[in-house]
Design a protein. Structure first.
Length: 126
């Protein structure tokens, strides 16, 4: 039997993004990468219908947009910012430190040039 649920679309995705802030000479740069295995699918709640006697069409669309923005913000609460490296200190487990040092090497970023590394929530509409 085919699993149809996995083939259906969704309205938006949430996920963690790894951000490495570093110096390149006098310039501060940021390298960002989506952490694929943290990605979650979401569907918008149904918006209450519009009563055309009491609500202009533009007001209805504004209400829909506001509800969707609130839902995205609610979903992003599951993705609090997590500092990994800050103020010259590693804040993660020693076993994880090696992973991030190797990732920096992969991108050609010297450890001495790293300003901060964090994971923070992000999203995009489908």
């Amino acid at each position: 039997m085919i699993n149809i649920i996995n083939k259906m679309g969704c309205d938006f995705y949430t996920y963690y993004v790894l951000r490495i802030e570093y110096k390149k000479g006098d310039i501060v740069k940021v390298k960002s990468e989506e952490i694929e295995d943290t990605r979650e699918r979401h569907y918008f709640w149904e918006v209450d219908g519009r009563d055309e006697d009491f609500e202009e069409l533009n007001d209805y669309y504004e209400r829909c947009d506001l509800q969707r923005r609130r839902q995205v913000n609610d979903a992003l609460r599951d993705y609090p910012k997590k500092e990994i490296f800050k103020d010259g200190k590693w804040l993660c487990l020693e076993s994880s430190k090696e992973k991030y040092i190797n990732l920096c090497k992969k991108y050609g970023i010297a450890e001495k040039d790293v300003i901060s590394i964090c994971k923070e929530g992000d999203y995009h509409y489908r």
